[in-house]
Design a binder for this molecule. Structure first.
Ligand SMILES: Nc1nc2c(ncn2[C@@H]2O[C@H](COP(=O)(O)OP(=O)(O)OP(=O)(O)O)[C@@H](O)[C@H]2O)c(=O)[nH]1
Ligand SMILES: [Mg+2]
Length: 385
């Protein structure tokens, strides 16, 4: 310690020297601590910032993940990848045809007048094995399948699609059959983001965003897959939680199972669980997770395009009994958004966004806005600034 000189103002001088030394020491210690913490971070998750994409089944997680591959990485270019997606798209087309046939039964619309079309379509599909490498959308199926799709009966069934399981990309694929059936057909990016395969693995991608290295992780949303989520939470800085906006009108098999597991949570709606209620429950669990206490939450209210189509047909009220306003986009989207924000802890950083995951430009724009909010959010919590 520097001795203090009495009486000539030296006390102050001595103290300031002492203070400076102290500050120098502190600065050194602090920088050592910062270095140590960065070192620890690198050990646990490399030098990347981890972003988890979570949400209920079929909410659009993998579609967002694919858009990141298109926007920030190389997209889908290799012949092998494209051939695999072609197989998946062909499988999706046959799947959607079958779903429409059984959907007609569910909603009680007779397909008797379409018997010969159904016969012609089945004749083409029957010899093809049920795996995605054998099924092809060959020209022979295009004519009867197009006539089937355009028939009054099937259009009526399609209008009531939320009463049974149907692929979201039904209309997109059935209106592109001529192109897809060409012998040299290879899918473009729009075709790929419309394809559907439930995720049963953990997919990850690393890409640079404004000089920051991001590690994005996509997981499956089905209940069996959600068991894998927990061990990914620890070092996640950002969670993109995806919500299927059309889930307010759907009651999938999966939701019924959830209902029996959490009877208290769903008591307000009796014996029926809408998919959106299940999504709310999953979000409630994730947002309350201790391991994600400091993570920034980005809420993606997804499938805005389908949601807007659905609103004139189905009211929000059966799903949320307290909703008593006109079923407009503004009213319903605000109501749903408020519900989810309230399900998060009050202190949480939650940023809502409305998205159409199949639209590359929309996701590009939303992701930019998201990253701005993430960078601005509490730097200690995110480690990003
Ligand atoms: N029209 C439309 N379709 C969408 C949108 N988002 C996703 N889809 C479609 O919805 C289907 C399901 O999307 P996925 O991305 O596979 O859903 P997921 O959340 O990964 O599902 P799991 O892996 O089973 O948890 C796919 O056919 C997508 O093309 C959207 O905003 N609009
Ligand atoms: Mg998926």
């Amino acid at each position: 310690m520097v001795p203090s000189r009495q009486g000539d103002g030296g006390e102050l001088y001595a103290h300031s020297e002492e203070l400076e030394a102290k500050l120098r020491g502190l600065a050194k210690k602090e920088s050592l601590e910062i270095e140590k913490s960065l070192e620890n971070d690198k050990k646990t998750y490399g030098s990347h910032i981890k972003i988890l994409i979570l949400g209920g089944p079929s909410s659009g997680k993998s579609t967002i993940f694919k858009q990141m591959q298109i926007i920030h990485a190389n997209g889908f270019k290799t012949e092998q990848e494209l051939i695999q997606y072609r197989g998946l798209i062909d499988t999706n087309i046959r799947q959607t045809y079958r779903q429409l046939v059984s959907g007609a039964r569910v909603v009680g619309i007779s397909l008797e007048s379409l018997e010969s079309l159904v016969h012609d379509i089945n004749k083409v599909y029957a010899p093809m094995a049920a795996d995605e490498f054998s099924i092809r959308t060959i020209p022979d199926v295009v004519e009867p399948l197009t006539a089937f799709w355009n028939s009054r009966e099937i259009q009526e069934v399609y209008k009531r699609r939320y009463e049974f399981e149907l692929l979201d990309s039904t209309k997109y694929y059935l209106e592109n059959l001529n192109r897809i059936s060409k012998s040299d057909y290879l899918p473009n990016e729009e075709d790929i983001v419309h394809s559907r395969k439930a995720t049963v693995s953990i997919n990850s991608i690393v890409f640079q965003y404004t000089g920051v290295s991001l590690l994005m992780v996509d997981v499956g949303g089905q209940r069996s897959e959600r068991k894998k989520w927990l061990h990914l939470f620890d070092d996640a800085k950002v969670v993109i939680f995806v919500i299927d906006l059309t889930g307010y009108a759907k009651k999938s098999e999966e939701s019924r199972t959830e209902l029996s597991r959490f009877p208290n949570f769903f008591n307000e709606i009796g014996n029926d669980a809408f998919d959106m209620k299940v999504a709310l429950k999953i979000f409630n669990d994730v947002a309350g997770s201790h391991a994600l206490a400091n993570a920034v939450f980005l809420l993606f209210f997804n499938k805005v395009d389908l949601f807007k189509e659905l609103l004139p047909q189905v009211s929000l009220q059966p799903c949320f009994s307290k909703f008593a306003e006109e079923n407009s986009y503004d009213n319903t989207s605000k109501f749903i958004c408020d519900k989810f924000i309230r399900a998060a802890k009050p202190k949480k950083s939650v940023f809502p966004h409305f998205t159409t995951a199949t639209n590359t430009e929309n996701i590009k724009m939303v992701f930019r806005a998201c990253m701005e909010s993430v960078f601005k959010a509490n730097s200690k919590a995110t480690g990003l600034s």
